[in-house]
Design a protein around this ligand. Structure first.
Ligand SMILES: Cc1ncc(COP(=O)(O)O)c(C=O)c1O
Length: 450
């Protein structure tokens, strides 16, 4: 397992006794060890190995225990796809362009197209004006959206905020694009003043802008309208820029909040990508990318072998993923999804209040379900609750499976642990003012938080 990352601002010498405290053995750890001992693939006699069923049932047991304590990553664990189990007896492969189908008839492109139509309607683009497909996740959607932008503007510069998901910087490296990193505010939003300066400094090159519709760590939403305004002020006409919206989690939440900023193809954006397994919930990683059909000719090649157009990042594509997503949306409908969004945000407010009432600094952006607070000092605690950490901060993403009861028990345990970590004054709560602003920090220097 990777060594814990120790934030720079901490005294590592002082900290080591806490971190190297030895791993506290729990019932779950024991289960994990039991399973791992059974996993090696050994040579059999050609017959199915007798313990296979028991390995899987042990594994399912351990997953059940872990499931409800996944607080740090935005995967909705509250779903039931039992009715789709018969589909696991088929290989379904949607290779090629979903709108053309392919010669591989075991496909689910009819589900995929209906699903894409629903998203096109959600993001306000007419049926005959959009193109899209079901991806392997948010990263592939970003790979595709930014590729479309780059094909429009081969010499374009990619602008993105420092708070962007790591996939964006990887994509810039993969495509060998010049990438200009823009600073962001305490809440995680792109700094539009700096963007303006940078755009003016590179006015000779077209701009490909990646906007975060919800940053990974803080849930900051870049201001699309302001960015469009800035582009205009800097003299970038519509044929000199391309905007890709990375909406991994919030792309599926903001459309259900009346007051939230509108992400729509009625504005001059080129593409939107989301992760399917995040808000919608799906046992397999997947996602959606939607773009304008006018861009697609530049990317596509006819492939005789599959009797379709090759226009996606991967070749073979899951035929199951579109059915899972279609099923989730068809069951819940707009109102069901809207209720889920409201619930998650309400529960996130509950967590923020519980932390603040206990004297722990915590930030929660508007329209967000991501609560940011000080990084816990104990790696076992971080691991137990699957917390995601970066430097001095950690976050909880309040998804559908996270109830107020779970949050309360998380806060109680956090408080109990803190009383141990800080009892003799050798350690102090970490300062998070540089990350989220002093008004959200309750360290000894900034404890004036109201
Ligand atoms: C803003 C953002 N973009 C992209 C991604 C990548 O999504 P995926 O893990 O589905 O590839 C994430 C994942 O957390 C994200 O938060």
């Amino acid at each position: 397992m990777a060594m814990p990352f120790i934030p720079k601002t901490r005294d590592t010498e002082l900290l080591s006794p806490v971190v190297s405290n030895g791993h506290v053995s729990t019932k779950e750890d024991k289960l994990q060890i039991d399973i791992e001992a059974m996993l090696p693939i050994t040579e059999g006699n050609g017959k199915p190995q007798p313990k296979l069923d028991s390995i899987i049932s042990h594994y399912v047991q351990s997953l059940k225990q872990l499931n409800l304590r996944n607080l740090g990553y935005p995967c909705n664990q509250k779903f039931n796809y039992d009715k789709l189990a018969p589909l696991l007896n088929f290989h379904l492969n949607n290779a090629g362009d979903p709108f053309q189908g392919s010669s591989l008839s075991l496909n689910s492109t009819s589900f995929e197209v209906c699903l894409l139509d629903w998203f096109a309607n959600l993001w306000e683009i007419e049926k005959n004006k959009y193109w899209g497909y079901v991806t392997t996740g948010g990263t592939e959607g970003n790979l595709h959206g930014i590729l479309v932008g780059r094909e429009q503007f081969p010499d374009g510069i990619l602008y993105t905020s420092q708070d962007s998901h790591y996939s964006i910087f990887k994509i810039a490296r993969m495509y060998r694009m010049q990438c200009v990193k823009v600073s962001s505010s305490d809440s995680g939003e792109i700094n539009c003043d700096e963007l303006k300066t940078l755009l003016l400094a590179h006015k000779d090159k077209p701009a490909i802008i990646n906007l975060n519709i919800g940053t990974t760590m803080k849930g900051g939403v870049d201001d699309l309208d302001l960015v469009i305004e800035v582009l205009k002020e800097c003299g970038f006409a519509h044929d000199r820029f391309y905007i890709h919206c990375d909406g991994a989690l919030f792309g599926m939440m903001l459309p259900f909040i009346k007051e939230a900023p509108k992400i729509t193809f009625k504005k001059p954006i080129g593409s939107i990508a989301i992760s399917g397994h995040k808000f919608l919930g799906c046992p397999i990683p997947c996602g959606i990318v939607i773009t304008r059909s006018q861009y697609m000719n530049a990317l596509s090649r006819d492939v005789e072998y599959i009797a379709s157009r090759d226009v996606t990042i991967t070749g073979s594509r899951s035929g199951h993923a579109p059915i899972f997503l279609w099923y989730a949306i068809k069951r819940k409908g707009f109102v069901g999804l809207q209720n889920e969004v409201q619930n998650c945000i309400m529960n996130a407010c509950h967590l923020q209040h519980r932390l603040r009432d206990a004297g722990i600094g915590a930030m929660l952006n508007k329209f967000s379900n991501i609560v940011v607070f000080e990084r816990p000092l104990d790696e076992d605690f971080i691991r137990k609750w699957s917390l995601a950490c970066m430097g001095n901060i950690a976050h909880v993403v309040v998804m559908q499976h996270v109830t107020t009861e779970i949050l309360d028990s998380f806060v109680s345990e956090f408080l109990q642990k803190r009383s141990i970590w800080f009892q003799d004054g050798r350690f102090l709560p970490l300062c998070i003012a540089d990350d989220v602003g002093s008004r959200h920090c309750a360290c000894s220097r900034h404890n004036s938080m109201s």
